[in-house]
Unconditional design. Structure first.
Length: 257
């Protein structure tokens, strides 16, 4: 089995395919890292690292399980039913509901950051920290499935060698594990960047729904728009040089556990 997975390493063209796939997987993994970082930011500081690690390891396991069942993943492209003259597959349904969930979560998070997570005078019940941790991990795992499906289908369309796909996934997750904490802390420190990140998740949700209806929006447009916005905001931060406005703190109170 291991010989099969690593046989591609002696083939120069396979390394080119690996490099191309790795770059694409890293770009696609940005969505996952941003989503995990924002959700983990709702937890007390001492729980955030654990949530990020569990979320990213869950993403790795999900991707590897999907790669191990490639025939099933490919079958998800088969049409299940027709609605209004348009055929829908299992992949389309997953992308549609995943996109709706992502739009809902991004919108809800924007509301909590600007309006506050609780009604005035409401105090979270005892033990809410533990329940919140489990709920957030559940949400991360749910979106891991959607992001992983998109990632694996992209990999299957680009590369034929399962060993190349597995190695690209493992290296990508290792990079995400390394980058998740600094990205998460940077987003938490800068409210404007956090709002931009949430807007980015809204765009990704729209992209997923459009893809479910077979409307192809080139991902490059979305990533360029977000990258350009981030560059502009970094320049603004450098010019402003003052303390940014504070958003509502949606993290759980450690004393309430």
């Amino acid at each position: 089995m291991f010989e099969t997975l690593f046989a591609w390493m002696s083939q120069p063209e396979a390394w080119l395919a690996f490099g191309t796939l790795l770059l694409l997987e890293i770009v696609l993994g940005v969505d996952n890292v941003i989503f995990i970082s924002i959700l983990a930011g709702k937890l007390p500081p001492e729980q955030r690292d654990r949530a990020r690690t569990i979320g990213l390891l869950g993403a790795a396991v999900t991707r590897l399980m999907l790669l191990a069942s490639i025939s099933w993943v490919v079958s998800l492209k088969n049409e299940l039913f027709t609605l209004f003259g348009r055929g829908f597959s299992g992949k389309d349904l997953i992308l549609f509901f995943g996109g709706l969930f992502l739009i809902y979560k991004a919108t809800k998070e924007m509301h909590e950051q600007l309006e506050g997570p609780h009604a005035e005078g409401h105090t979270p019940a005892v033990g809410v920290g533990t329940a919140g941790f489990a709920a957030i991990i559940g949400q991360i795992m749910l979106l891991d499935i959607v992001f992983s499906l998109d990632s694996v289908i992209t990999a299957v369309g680009m590369v034929d060698d399962i060993g190349v796909m597995v190695m690209a996934v493992l290296v990508t997750v290792a990079i995400m594990l390394f980058a998740a904490k600094p990205i998460g802390e940077f987003v938490q420190r800068h409210p404007t960047v956090k709002m931009l990140a949430l807007s980015f998740l809204l765009l990704i949700g729209v992209n997923l729904i459009a893809e479910a209806f077979h409307l192809k929006i080139p991902k490059g447009y979305t990533y360029f728009a977000m990258g350009f916005s981030i560059v502009v905001e970094l320049l603004n931060m450098r010019v402003r040089g003052h303390k940014p406005v504070a958003l509502h703190d949606t993290g759980r109170n450690p004393d309430a556990q």
